[in-house]
Design a protein around this ligand. Structure first.
Ligand code: COA
Length: 319
């Protein structure tokens, strides 16, 4: 049995904020942000929108475009690091909103690598528990956790959600081929280079980051995990149609390709319109690439991401 991604829908908040908009209230410029990150604009959730709102919107779209009924779902797994409340989980809120009362539901938190973690968890559970249909969502309102006076972090992030239907298939040619996860939280330095700290911001804390250090780890660790997952599965970059990485920063992806001799023309990049939407960024990029006719049914995709923790990992999926 294989786990196949059979459909995907996304939701982006209506409000779009450009770099020029940010520069009206912050000592920054479009030129600075664009040349260092590739970001031109980002979607920002309104005060009324929380992470579960985005997750539910993406799920409703998925339900409309696929033939799936809420009662068909065996489980709902949400990747998020920005849940509305410590508990209940965002997944339980989605389950209640759509009336998927047969489904069990829980959240996965692995920061920006959360989608790959949640995909691996869903795949394993589908196999071990013989689940047939699982709703996998990555939803984030990370802009609610930035200090809008800190120009070194606030310009980098955006909000969004992607909802995927995972179905068990007996067709061994498609689906999730492999997943590989890593974490390193042992060393203090890993916990301090990218975190969410303090009790300000209504007890939510703010994102703090050592940008240059994160930049370096993102390149090294994403490249290492892609190489290891390909080697372990006797595959090479020639077997991959598209790399869909976490969309933190265009320059990270360009530098990684240049330094490791990866094909940049195989990399899906949506940072310009979405910015860094944490764990939602890979589903958002996949939907965008499908809509633009880049990714096609039958393509083999390599997902990779790095996030706070540090957490990182990769997945190979034939869609
Ligand atoms: N606008 C204008 N100037 C800014 C700025 C902004 N938004 N943010 C920082 N600066 C300034 C700094 O204050 C510093 O000024 P100084 O030299 O007078 O002290 C200067 O720009 C350089 O800062 P630095 O942090 O060294 O810049 P950088 O070239 O490393 O770029 C990042 C900063 C954040 C874009 C870059 O380090 C990066 O992309 N890191 C990875 C971040 C990331 O993707 N994190 C998420 C991973 S999941």
């Amino acid at each position: 049995m294989r786990t196949k991604i059979t459909d995907i829908a996304t939701y982006l908040p209506e409000k779009v904020v450009t770099n020029d908009d940010l520069s009206k209230n912050l000592d920054t410029s479009h030129e600075w942000i664009y040349t260092r990150t590739g970001i031109e604009s980002r979607h920002i959730s309104s005060e009324d929108e929380v992470t579960s709102t985005l997750a539910i919107e993406a799920t409703r779209k998925l339900m409309q475009q696929s033939s799936i009924e809420p009662m068909d779902l065996d489980a709902i797994i949400v990747s998020t690091t920005t849940g509305d409340t410590r508990f209940p989980s965002c997944a339980c809120k989605v389950q209640g909103a759509i009336g998927a009362c047969r489904a069990f539901a829980f959240d996965v938190n692995a920061a920006c690598a959360g989608f790959i973690y949640a995909l691996a968890v869903a795949d394993s559970m589908m196999k071990s528990m013989k689940l047939r249909k699982v709703l996998l969502i990555a939803s984030e309102t990370i802009t609610k956790f930035v200090d809008w006076t800190d120009r070194s972090t606030c310009v980098l992030f955006g909000d969004g959600a992607g909802a995927m239907l995972l179905e068990a298939t007996e067709n061994g040619d498609t689906g999730i081929i492999a997943t590989k996860l890593y974490a390193n939280g042992e060393d203090e330095k890993y916990n301090s280079i990218l975190a969410h700290n303090g009790e300000q911001n209504g007890n939510r804390g703010y994102i703090t980051m050592a940008g240059r250090t994160v930049f370096k780890y993102a390149i090294d660790y994403m490249a290492m995990s892609m190489k290891e997952i390909l080697d372990e599965n006797n595959m090479s970059m020639d077997d991959i149609d598209w790399i869909i990485p976490h969309q933190a920063n265009r320059r990270i992806l360009e530098s990684m390709c240049k330094m490791r001799d990866f094909p940049l023309d195989k990399v899906i990049i949506t940072t310009q319109e979405h910015a860094n939407t944490s764990s939602a960024s890979i589903p958002l990029a996949l939907r965008d690439a499908l809509d633009k006719g880049k990714v096609k049914q039958g393509d083999t995709l390599l997902f990779t991401a790095l996030g706070a923790g540090l957490t990182w990992g990769s997945a190979i999926v034939k869609i």
